[in-house]
Design a protein around this ligand. Structure first.
Ligand SMILES: Cc1ncc(COP(=O)(O)O)c(C=O)c1O
Length: 397
């Protein structure tokens, strides 16, 4: 089938929820993708902060193939070895005690919402169910997660949303305290807002919220679906802030493209779940868990965290140099390989030109260019990306 026919069939048969670029990706290698027309793209999107190990990673392929030859799925009626090993690795390298596995970021948020409400009602009182979340946040598309998302544009025509969720100003402690009451069971925060435009939380804000949660026994939840699992140069973004939440939500980068999500909690909070309280057919399936184990091994034992930090700093320096040269660049934000370039114009035209010139980038909101490449990216690839962007900015200014 020709590319045009594929695109036409995609248009005819796939539900109209995405704005697809008119290309069909066929394969990848390292940090490069190839379409069905044979065009090559340097990929700084990595499936939206997912493909940490890039494409065609030998270990990933071998581990998954070997697992597939042994066991594809067995449900959570029984233990499976990869799930237990992944759980152990996650717990031993974090400040949490227990993990629940699911299949996506939104599901990890759902699991956290349920655990927080169970905790509030069991430990405090039956009316302790209110969730404080941040304006401009993004937590996913299921009803609980979209209700927790603090952006009106995602709520349109879906109301009534999940009740008991209130929205505070991000990085504004006063605004949070004004919403706290006996009813508050949890506070949800992205340490770096992703879809909201790559906006890191202030240290002081997080420290104060942590103190408040500790004093009032409110569950502090960090959504690290996008910024976790090595993206910022540390395994978890909270480790940059020297505080730890009570619950963390993970997905994206954990599976390198194999769908997996995880919600981890400290023991005291995790205890609010009992058998039967929550479940997922595919959660922690042997293939997904093998993917997670392979990613964690690469991050912890193969210098990938260091690479994310080093190349992240190198990319940021280069972007800051572009800012000196091009006044349409207003600000560079982010940590490690999760960076945003805020422009004084919308990004649409620039993103299109990047694709035409063999560079894949994605926006974060209307006027922020987002950089979330595979964590294996090398200096030469960053140089190449910067040179393409620089030429495009030269042309449009
Ligand atoms: C911070 C954050 N939380 C949750 C989600 C939802 O994840 P998923 O699309 O896997 O459901 C996303 C997705 O972009 C995200 O960036």
């Amino acid at each position: 089938m020709s590319t045009d026919e594929l695109i036409e069939n995609g248009h005819n048969y796939i539900m109209n929820t995405y704005k697809y670029n008119p290309i069909v990706i066929e394969k990848g290698e390292g940090c490069y993708l190839y379409d069905t027309e044979g065009n090559k793209y340097l990929d700084l999107v990595s499936g939206i902060a997912v493909n940490s190990l890039g494409y065609k990673n030998e270990e990933f392929i071998n581990n998954l193939c070997n697992q597939l030859k042994k066991l594809n799925h067995c449900s959570n009626l029984y233990y499976n070895q990869p799930q237990i090993e992944l759980a152990e690795k996650l717990i031993q390298n974090s400040s949490f005690d227990k993990v629940f596995f699911c299949n996506s970021g939104a599901e990890s948020i759902e699991a956290a919402l349920k655990l927080c409400r169970k905790y509030g009602k069991k430990v405090h009182n039956k009316d302790c169910y209110e969730i404080i979340t941040m304006k401009n946040s993004f937590h996913g598309r299921t009803f609980g997660a979209i209700s927790t998302t603090g952006q009106d544009k995602y709520h349109k025509d879906l109301e009534p949303l999940l009740p008991g969720i209130v929205y505070a100003e991000y990085n504004n402690f006063e605004s949070v305290t004004q919403m706290v009451s006996e009813k508050t069971c949890a506070i949800f925060i992205e340490p770096i807002q992703g879809e909201g435009g790559i906006k890191p939380a202030n240290l002081e804000f997080l420290e104060k919220v942590r103190d408040l949660c500790t004093k009032k026994d409110i569950v502090l939840v960090f959504d690290e679906v996008q910024c976790g699992i090595g993206r910022t140069g540390k395994l978890f973004a909270y480790q940059h802030y020297n505080i730890s939440p009570d619950i963390i939500c993970l997905a994206k980068g954990l599976g390198n493209g194999f769908p997996i999500g995880a919600m981890m909690a400290i023991e005291k909070v995790a205890q609010a779940f009992q058998p039967g309280d929550h479940a997922s057919t595919f959660g922690g399936n042997p293939l997904a868990a093998t993917s997670g184990k392979t990613v964690l091994d690469a991050l912890l034992n193969k210098n990938l965290l260091k690479n994310a930090e080093t190349q992240g700093n190198y990319l940021k320096d280069n972007l800051l140099q572009l800012k000196e040269k091009f006044p349409i660049i207003k600000e560079i934000r982010g940590i490690g390989l999760m960076l945003g370039v805020e422009l004084s114009i919308t990004t649409e035209n620039i993103l299109k030109k990047c694709t035409e010139n063999g560079l894949l980038l994605v926006g974060a909101g209307p006027n922020v260019l987002r950089f979330v490449p595979p964590l294996i990216i090398k200096k030469e690839e960053i140089d190449k990306a910067i040179s393409i962007i620089s030429e495009i900015l030269e042309e449009i200014q």
